[in-house]
Write a protein that binds this ligand. Structure first.
Ligand SMILES: CC(=O)N[C@H]1[C@@H](OP(=O)(O)OP(=O)(O)OC[C@H]2O[C@@H](n3ccc(=O)[nH]c3=O)[C@H](O)[C@@H]2O)O[C@H](CO)[C@@H](O)[C@@H]1O[C@H](C)C(=O)N[C@@H](C)C(=O)N[C@H](CCC(=O)O)C(=O)O
Ligand SMILES: Nc1ncnc2c1ncn2[C@@H]1O[C@H](COP(=O)(O)OP(=O)(O)OP(=O)(O)O)[C@@H](O)[C@H]1O
Ligand SMILES: N[C@H](CCC[C@H](N)C(=O)O)C(=O)O
Ligand SMILES: [Mg+2]
Length: 470
């Protein structure tokens, strides 16, 4: 690809002396620049890419793309750098998304779970999301749920020879920051909307707008029609709907215990009898989303049922440990809606006490904290509040925010050391009790200040009880 190609792609002017130079690679981070690379200088939330242009040129970048080229040599000025970067990445990597069936899944909760279900149903498929990207035997971690456009195209290209389908999580940040610009989605999925990320979006209206902006006029979509935002995403002729009523896919019957669910689904008039390890009403929604995608691509019913039966679990979502009739469950619930869903589910299958251990992430939505405290204490019998990833915030302040919503008539324990908090939870169990350890799920780290330390909720349970998860 030549620098001159950018004129058409980004509708901008490229100085004549640059036009015939060949681009060897793309980078939005100066630390990843190599000789001949095109560097995108982006003004971010923390710092400004402008400060690193010198660094990029010292590593022999061929040119820089910026929204402001004043006083910069070898610079191509564009109106919207993030959109332009997505379009260039798509062109440079030869449009990998066009050659694949890429399915984008958005919504506050359920994205990761739905991608994992789909990976089981579709052979020759890969997933991209919160737990990294996976295809064949490749498992690689990612910094964000949805990677930056350059990384995303690179990943799709890497997957291309091995997969036909890619199921990817599309976070609201990815939509807002154009990380998915230029990606050709064959199908889009909407799971649900509830509170999260208001540190960034300020209001639920803004957050909802970001999610809705993912859906364009003629996009085919699978939509949870029980959700208020979902209802607005319905478009005749382009939508498969799921929900508990008035939808193309809906449950006729279900029952579950700690071992799994038996579910009868009506799927466009056909009956799917499903046996799955997943539990909880919210997972019925995730199963329906996955079935909707399967129907869209014409997957045979028998194959879908078999895959749902074979499916084990999503790492860090309802991961179960059982010891002498006591249960510990590690789950990624980090919003009040998710906490409500997982605790209500566990309450229905727990004979004894329900104990919850959780905290809230620092430098993230503060207003969800009292709501998390309120809902957790309205369902659980013992509430143990601890650190999640405090990041640069004072852990005491985060705990105080949670406490504001907590029902003080309940037994409350505050233990900032997460390992000790989990152990206190495990120690307070008798036969028939259940400890729900929430918020960090698959995470194998804890971020305190600017440092990342190794930490894994599952390891703590495994070591203390000397049992493996089921
Ligand atoms: C608010 C946000 O989304 N920030 C993301 C964003 O950073 P940014 O654009 O603000 O970048 P910045 O740090 O200000 O730096 C500006 C520019 O200078 C560049 N730079 C910086 C240093 C240097 O030495 N050289 C250099 O060139 C940076 O690469 C960047 O291009 O772009 C970075 C690169 O892709 C992301 O890693 C970073 O995610 C941070 C870590 C983050 O916490 N993001 C969260 C809020 C997020 O995106 N979450 C969503 C949803 C999660 C979910 O609910 O599942 C997600 O998709 O992960
Ligand atoms: N469909 C759903 N509706 C509501 N809550 C859900 C749903 N599915 C899962 N949850 C809850 O939300 C948590 C996160 O689920 P999952 O990882 O699938 O969601 P996600 O959308 O990928 O989240 P993130 O935005 O953090 O990537 C689960 O651990 C569970 O507690
Ligand atoms: N990926 C999401 C979930 C984080 C989960 C929780 N452990 C936290 O650190 O807040 C986010 O960035 O908001
Ligand atoms: Mg996720």
């Amino acid at each position: 690809m030549l620098l001159g190609d950018i004129e058409n792609i980004c509708n901008s002017q490229v100085p004549d002396y640059l036009k015939n130079k060949e681009i060897k690679g793309l980078a939005y981070d100066s630390r990843k620049v190599n000789e001949g690379f095109l560097f995108f200088s982006i003004k971010g939330q923390k710092t400004d890419g402008r400060l690193f242009i010198k660094d990029a040129f010292s590593k022999k970048a061929i040119a820089v793309v910026s929204q402001d080229c004043s006083d910069i040599e070898n610079c191509i000025e564009v109106k919207d750098i993030r959109k332009c970067m997505g379009k260039i990445a798509n062109y440079f990597y030869n449009q990998p998304s066009k050659k694949l069936n890429v399915v984008g899944i958005t919504g506050t909760n359920g994205k990761t779970t739905t991608t994992y279900l789909l990976k089981e149903i579709f052979e020759k498929s890969g997933i991209i999301g919160t737990t990294g990207y996976r295809f064949n035997h490749v498992v690689k971690k990612l910094e964000n749920t949805t990677p930056e456009s350059i990384d995303l195209n690179k990943i799709l290209l890497e997957m291309m020879p091995n997969v036909d389908y890619v199921f990817m999580e599309v976070s609201s940040h990815a939509v807002t920051f154009d990380r998915i610009e230029g990606i050709d989605f064959k199908l889009k999925v909407f799971t649900n909307l509830s509170q999260d990320h208001l540190d960034f979006y300020q209001t639920m209206e803004n957050y909802a707008k970001a999610k809705a902006a993912f859906f364009k006029e003629n996009d085919f979509r699978v939509v949870n029609i029980d959700d208020d935002l979902g209802k607005t995403l319905y478009k005749k002729g382009f939508t498969i709907t799921y929900g508990f009523k008035d939808s193309d896919i809906y449950p006729l019957y279900y029952k579950f215990d700690i071992n799994g669910i038996y579910l009868k689904l009506n799927v466009f008039g056909d009956v799917y009898e499903i046996q799955s390890n997943l539990i909880g009403i919210y997972n019925i929604y995730n199963i329906m989303a996955a079935v909707g995608c399967s129907v869209f691509f014409g997957k045979p019913k028998a194959q879908v049922l078999q895959a749902l039966y074979n499916f084990k679990n999503v790492p860090g979502r309802l991961e179960k440990f059982i010891k002498n009739g006591k249960a510990a469950i590690v789950d990624y619930a980090h919003t009040d809606d998710a906490i409500k869903n997982v605790l209500q589910t566990l309450k229905t299958i727990t004979k004894g006490k329900l104990i919850v251990v959780f905290g809230a992430g620092g430098d993230r939505d503060k207003t969800k904290r009292p709501k998390m405290g309120k809902v957790a204490s309205s369902i659980a019998d013992i509430i143990i509040i601890t650190n999640d990833n405090p990041r640069t915030e004072n852990p005491d302040a985060i705990i105080n925010d949670i406490l504001e919503g907590v029902d003080k008539s309940k037994k409350i324990i505050i233990e900032k050391d997460r390992k000790l908090a989990i152990i206190k939870g495990l120690e307070s169990t008798s036969e028939g009790d259940c400890v729900a350890i929430l918020g960090k799920g698959h995470e194998d780290y804890q971020i305190i200040g600017d440092k990342k330390y190794h930490f894994d909720d599952r390891e703590v349970v495994r070591d203390f009880w000397n049992v493996e998860s089921k």
